[in-house]
Design a protein around this ligand. Structure first.
Ligand SMILES: [Zn+2]
Ligand SMILES: [Zn+2]
Length: 354
């Protein structure tokens, strides 16, 4: 039996922490559940999941539908799209069966890539390698989640760039139904016609739109950048020694001074989330980090690990920790003991690359 490999290449950068990553996790589970009820898919589809942030990790190796167990997705720092593509290409080389004289190999893999941000690495060499050797042997569908991601840069590696405009749970549900329908039509078509073209389900209702790449100058190079739509800060719990991320979302706030009629930009707290230690396996080095001033931040969390009242306290070592009622505060980063003050004065803190 020839397999139809379906890859999910999933952005697990810090801006995905919280609700978005949970929705993607649920979405993957619902896709698999649904595909298992489809005889064509059950016969042909094999699934693999690769998560990428600063670095990439194979979460699920290519596996048949009935053995697939929906994984928990990790979170990492950075959005290295070039590295992710390199990782995928290496995996395709080792996991996909090639057609030989004796035997037909796998069908063309379908890759669904989800990303919510902009690449933080240099993509040129990976994109070149992809376009030279892999683009024609695969069907890549790149989907940007929300309106913050760079659709233009993805147009350099596939003609199928789609944008999921809103990232509320309703849109996500519809979107994952669309992914499921696209896999079903493709696997049905393969079974019936023995041709491995990609057949995407129709895009309706406006929640998802295909980007018209003919109107975009694909040769234009964009500078490396931090994902500017979120500010995500790394912190460590004093009691549990666990790491957590504090996530802020950029917003344009109406000015207090109406006579000036200007909008002030700030970052509003969206939540604080404990993270696993594999965060560091998926995070690229700390080079090129940008600072943010706490005066730009609105709202401070409690510690999501131990419930300490101040989830956003600074040690003199420059790191963020939680503090509460304890008499002596011991910094879990530097080991220093000190009394801590919260909320008075503004600090510059180092942002992760998101
Ligand atoms: Zn804590
Ligand atoms: Zn410290």
């Amino acid at each position: 039996m020839r397999r139809l490999p379906v890859y999910f290449l999933i952005d697990v950068s810090e801006s995905m922490v919280g609700e978005p990553i949970e929705m993607v996790q649920d979405g993957i589970a619902s896709i698999i559940k649904d595909l298992r009820t489809d005889p064509y898919a059950l016969e042909t589809v094999w699934v693999s999941i690769i998560a990428f942030a600063g670095k990439s990790q194979k979460i699920t190796p290519l596996i048949e539908l009935y053995s697939f167990y929906p994984p928990r997705l990790p979170i990492g720092g950075g959005t290295s799209v070039g590295r992710a593509l390199d990782f995928l290409m290496t995996d395709i080389d080792s996991s996909i069966k090639k057609t030989t004289l004796e035997e037909k190999g796998d069908w063309k893999p379908i890759i669904f890539m989800f990303t919510d941000g902009n690449p933080t690495d240099d993509v040129d060499s990976a994109f070149y390698r992809w376009n030279q050797k892999y683009r024609n042997k695969t069907n890549l569908v790149a989907i940007t989640l929300g309106e913050n991601a760079d659709t233009q840069i993805l147009g350099r590696i596939t003609e199928n760039v789609l944008q999921l405009k809103n990232t509320d749970s309703e849109s996500f549900k519809k979107f994952f139904k669309w992914v499921t329908a696209s896999i079903k039509t493709s696997s049905t078509s393969i079974s019936n016609t023995k041709q491995d073209g990609l057949l995407l389900a129709p895009v309706t209702n406006g929640y998802l739109s295909k980007i018209d790449l003919s109107k975009i100058d694909l040769t234009k190079r964009l500078p490396l950048k931090i994902d500017d739509n979120f500010a995500v800060l790394l912190a460590k719990c004093q009691k549990t020694k666990r790491h957590y991320l504090i996530k802020y979302q950029k917003r344009v706030a109406p000015s207090e001074f109406k006579e000036f009629n200007v909008n002030t930009l700030d970052y509003k707290l969206s939540g604080a989330y404990p993270i696993d230690n594999n965060y560091f396996d998926l995070t690229e080095g700390e080079q090129n980090l940008k600072m943010i001033n706490t005066s730009e931040l609105t709202g401070f969390p409690i510690c999501p690990c131990c419930g300490n009242q101040y989830g956003f306290s600074f040690c003199s070592c420059g790191k963020i920790i939680c503090t509460g009622e304890e008499e002596v505060t011991k910094c879990p980063w530097c080991g220093g003991e000190a009394r801590f003050s919260t909320g008075d004065g503004n600090f510059n803190v180092t942002r992760t690359r998101g």
